[in-house]
Ligand binder design. Structure first.
Ligand SMILES: Cc1cc2nc3c(=O)[nH]c(=O)nc-3n(C[C@H](O)[C@H](O)[C@H](O)COP(=O)(O)OP(=O)(O)OC[C@H]3O[C@@H](n4cnc5c(N)ncnc54)[C@H](O)[C@@H]3O)c2cc1C
Length: 377
């Protein structure tokens, strides 16, 4: 069987690896060189966590994904995942904290709840204000996104996959039980095609009608005051809920700490190729105000600012499944700001769906048909 993967980014790299390891003839296409920072895989760090506030259906998938991150790291021979845990911080009665508690209770996960005094000892980088709690998910951690994509593509190529870098796919056409990939160099026919173009999905006709929206993220890096704080091998990744709301990552560069604040920085983007490379003063001020409010271990002026994008679906859950029942085209996109942690499993599932036509994993809540049903109603 010959299978194409359109988009060798976060999910496409993982799908390509699974296909190649399964003995399938796999060909990946990417507009750029895999590992690039223009899409959803840039910015040097991602959060992994299992006590998942977004939806409890994800918890079994996250536990499986964690196993796959460990084996990917072993196969890659380099550290891609830092098992430092994940802290969710905010007012004790905030719905975001309650959703984390509920997900942990529903699935029997270990979750530690620290008060101000305990948090000061365990996670001094994230001091609590009166009435706040810190929930510690010990299975959480930090993932290195660019390193993961590059390592995965290398493993896929070693297992026999071909990668056509700097080759944009212009169209994917169903042709009976096969599919055709169109590039500026011509057309290639495949038994199956997996389409995972991330923020660029709307460029392909097959996503017309899904109402998918690319969004811009702005990441800001603030210098540490104490060179021993926010240590990558010890400090949990953190999500703050309430006011301010942001995610915060231990220091990867040994100098600064990345903060991604929700608010004016998180905006719609018409075209991912138009992603602005600089941002307005309001966005910097918003991020700096968040740091000043609750991160006393950081200077309050960023030394690095960068923009990235991801693709959102209307309900902020991915599209993972056949384009329509029986189609030779499987779509895996719109991971809506939370797809990285699940990438090894989602890539594997996309490959299973394409090759075998089914998966044993319960991903019915991600079926693309949920939006097609809405359109027809
Ligand atoms: C700043 C930021 C922070 C995030 N934080 C987290 C986090 O902490 N935890 C978490 O789990 N998730 C997080 N996410 C979300 C997660 O990173 C994304 O959901 C995930 O990376 C999406 O992967 P993807 O494969 O859909 O897109 P991408 O990784 O962007 O891959 C798409 C690939 O397709 C290629 N492509 C597109 N169109 C074509 C075409 N026509 N022909 C050929 N190639 C094409 C692109 O060049 C690209 O390489 C974050 C996202 C961002 C942007």
């Amino acid at each position: 069987m010959k299978v194409a993967v359109v988009g060798v980014g976060t999910i496409g790299a993982m799908a390509l690896l699974h296909l190649a390891r399964s003995g399938v003839e796999a060909v990946g296409y990417d507009t750029f060189t895999p590992g690039h920072d223009r899409g959803a895989a840039g910015g040097e760090s991602r959060i992994f966590r299992v006590a998942y506030e977004e939806q409890a259906d994800y918890v079994p998938l996250l536990l499986e994904s964690l196993e796959r991150w460990r084996s990917l790291q072993a196969a890659a021979g380099q550290q891609l995942f830092y098992p430092v845990g994940c802290a969710t911080v905010g007012p004790g009665d905030h719905p975001g904290l309650q959703a984390v508690r509920d997900a942990a209770a529903a699935h029997g996960l270990t979750l530690e709840e620290l008060d101000e005094q305990a948090a000061r000892i365990r996670v001094p980088e994230h001091p609590l204000r009166p009435g706040e709690s810190l929930l510690f998910d010990p299975l959480g951690g930090l993932i290195r996104p660019e390193a993961s994509v590059v390592a995965t593509v290398g493993l896929a190529q070693a297992a026999g996959a071909q990668v056509r870098a700097n080759t944009a796919v212009l169209d994917v056409q169903e042709d009976g039980d096969r599919a055709v990939v169109v590039t500026e160099h011509g057309q290639d026919a495949f038994d199956r095609v997996i389409v995972c173009p991330g923020p660029w999905a709307n460029r392909l006709k097959l996503f017309a009608g899904f109402q998918l929206a690319p969004k811009q993220f702005v990441a800001t890096w603030f210098p540490r005051r104490d060179p021993h704080a926010f240590d990558l091998n010890r400090t949990p990744v953190a999500i703050r809920v309430g006011t301010p709301t942001f995610s915060c990552f231990p220091s990867v560069d040994g100098v600064s700490v990345k903060v991604i604040a929700r608010g004016p920085a998180f905006t719609d983007l018409d075209d991912p190729d138009e992603l602005p490379r600089s941002v307005g003063r309001d966005i910097i001020d918003h991020s700096a105000a968040a740091v000043r409010a609750v991160l006393p271990g950081l200077e309050d002026t960023p030394i690095r600012i960068a923009t990235y994008s991801d693709l959102y679906s209307p309900d902020e859950h991915a599209l993972l499944g056949p384009l329509q029942p029986g189609s030779p085209v499987t779509v895996a996109t719109a991971f809506s700001g939370h797809g990285f942690k699940l990438a090894p499993l989602f890539g594997e599932i996309a490959a299973e769906l394409a090759v075998d036509g089914h998966t044993d994993h319960d991903i019915s809540f991600l079926s693309p048909s949920r939006f097609q049903a809405t359109q027809q109603a």
